[in-house]
Design a protein around this ligand. Structure first.
Ligand code: IPD
Ligand code: CA
Ligand code: CA
Ligand code: CA
Length: 262
């Protein structure tokens, strides 16, 4: 890769501004909404066009990179070797359609399985959390400070509403132990709360494009990241992902072991 992480970050921030402009313009006219697997699993013309926009930019900038993306314009990727991009053009499509707010657009670049840079933009608030191991993590131009290592009883845990209702990943026990729990309907927005120190963790089962950016940024800040069973994430498949302060992570792993009797 010929660009430095700093040059790459600057370049993608320009893409994000352009994508934001396109999203806001598209919101002025009726969205074309269709169902994927069910009425809660939607895709719009904007999800598709923004993904195509990023794919074209990446292919022009890094023709040898592989792309893992949600709406089908990327590649079939079977290995994390080399440069691998993750794209979630609109994260929180249901919020995008219903609320016109609380959705994100996000990307991440990994090299040989390690994070290089990642970006999560709250489109309506015009806030982007970005950076990586060599740059640090920034919210717009401001460096994010180190989080407080609070345990479950001292902070808010963000969870997937659907997984909580269906009693997956010990979410009822974890939510009851925490000071409180929150459900935002967008992985990107959820990760932003954790990265900003407003929540102590986020737990959900998700696809690679949902968690790759948040995990890259969280790792850079020193937050703990793993599968719910405590193992490292396989970035090519769905994972039950835990991102939290180290203290909360220890407690979550303990609750999981006690509940599942391992
Ligand atoms: C979804 C959102 C949601 C999470 C789902 C994701 P999408 O992403 O992030 O909060 O619970 O697992 O699939 O489909 O709106 O990009
Ligand atoms: Ca989707
Ligand atoms: Ca998503
Ligand atoms: Ca999406």
């Amino acid at each position: 890769m010929s660009l430095t992480p700093k040059q790459l970050d600057a370049c993608v921030l320009v893409w994000l501004d352009e994508a934001r402009e396109q999203i806001l313009n598209a919101m002025q006219i009726p969205l074309q909404v269709s169902e994927k697997t069910n009425a809660r699993d939607l895709v719009t013309n904007v999800d598709r066009s923004i993904e195509q926009f990023y794919v074209q930019k990446i292919q022009h900038l890094m023709p040898n990179a592989h792309i893992i993306s949600e709406e089908g314009y990327g590649d079939h990727v079977e290995s994390m070797d080399g440069d691998v991009w993750f794209i979630d053009p609109i994260d929180g499509t249901l919020n995008f359609v219903e609320q016109r707010a609380e959705f994100a657009t996000m990307l991440a670049l990994y090299h040989d399985g390690e994070p290089v840079c990642a970006w999560i933009m709250d489109v309506i608030q015009n806030e982007v959390i970005h950076g990586g191991p060599t740059l640090g993590v920034f919210e717009n131009e401001q460096r994010l400070s180190k989080f407080e290592n609070r345990g479950l009883a001292a902070g808010l845990i963000v969870v997937s509403g659907a997984r909580l209702l269906s009693n997956q990943m010990c979410l009822p026990e974890i939510a009851q132990t925490a000071l409180g729990f929150r459900v935002y309907g967008s992985a990107g927005i959820s990760y932003m709360h954790v990265l900003q120190g407003r929540a102590i963790g986020y737990i959900s089962k998700m696809k690679p494009w949902d968690y790759a950016p948040g995990v890259a940024l969280a790792k850079t800040l020193g937050l703990s990241t793993s599968n719910i069973d405590g193992n490292a994430l396989n970035m090519l498949i769905s994972n039950s992902v835990v991102v939290s302060t180290p203290s909360a992570h220890e407690e979550i792993m303990r609750i999981e072991k006690q509940t599942n009797g391992v």
